[in-house]
Design a protein. Structure first.
Length: 265
């Protein structure tokens, strides 16, 4: 299990927010932490620690008056750690190349592909042709409805009709280099992971022979829970942690998190 760092940018600032609170109207969100440092600072820290596969997320839509500030912060982070970070948030076939040229190793995409509630394969094909499968991460961030987890889009505000299940994962694995999956209902709350989702992802990864990496985010708030995630995921699910980290106002030390993730699970 690897630790994947994050840099979330909202209204031009590095923040940690409660994921389910994010709304586009007036660019509002419940904030856990607002950094005094810029995005490039965190990118350089991750570079110094040798951490790869972290994600930079733009939390404002292109229509937002804050978008250009948020984008500038993201581009500065990508330039500070070229090839070490992925970028997501409003990525589509027309702007994906710009972020790769800015230094991203991968672009992370949800809403462009899961448009109007369903998977649009022609858009996925276009993305693959534009950036290459090896540079594409599909974000299958989800919320629970009944007994199932459904992919959510538009900065986690809208449900699709697409479930996160083995059939969906099998179908999409051939189009991307990695899956990133936020458990949105617990994102930013530091109150525990979505155990059923982690167990499901671990079972798929094992059955698929670790076909592509899967990174989970949401609710991790202790070293013991990192170990729990490793056990439930069979050691094959990577993890990202935001609000619980000391660098974002939490209690977990970055070096200790890295060490715990590197333990054998």
């Amino acid at each position: 299990m690897e630790f994947r760092p994050c840099i979330d940018i909202h209204n031009g600032q590095v923040k940690q927010i409660v994921g389910s609170s994010l709304v586009d109207k007036n660019d509002k969100a419940v904030e856990n932490f607002v950094a005094s440092a810029d995005a490039a600072y965190y990118a350089k820290l991750y570079r110094e620690k040798g951490l790869k596969g972290g994600h930079v997320i733009l939390l404002n839509p292109e229509s937002s008056p804050y978008y250009e500030q948020t984008k500038a912060q993201a581009v500065s982070a990508l330039g500070a750690y070229r090839g070490g970070l992925q970028v997501g948030g409003g990525i589509h076939a027309e702007n994906a190349a710009l972020f790769l040229e800015a230094g991203a190793s991968h672009v992370i995409v949800t809403s462009y592909v899961f448009y109007d509630g369903h998977i649009h394969m022609e858009r996925l094909d276009r993305l693959c042709q534009t950036v290459g499968r090896e540079h594409l991460v599909l974000d299958l961030s989800c919320r629970r409805r009944g007994d199932d987890y459904y992919i959510v889009t538009d900065r986690w505000q809208n449900f699709t009709e697409e479930k996160v299940d083995s059939q969906t994962l099998d179908m999409l694995a051939g189009y991307c280099d990695e899956f990133l999956i936020h458990a949105v209902d617990v994102e930013g709350k530091s109150q525990g992971i979505e155990e059923a989702l982690v167990r499901q992802l671990g079972a798929w990864s094992k059955s698929a022979g670790n076909k592509i990496p899967v990174t989970y985010a949401g609710g991790v708030h202790s070293y013991e829970e990192i170990r729990r995630l490793g056990t439930l995921g069979g050691g094959s699910i990577h993890v990202t942690i935001g609000s619980a980290l000391e660098i974002f106002g939490g209690r977990l030390l970055l070096d200790e998190v890295i060490r715990t993730c590197n333990e054998k699970h």
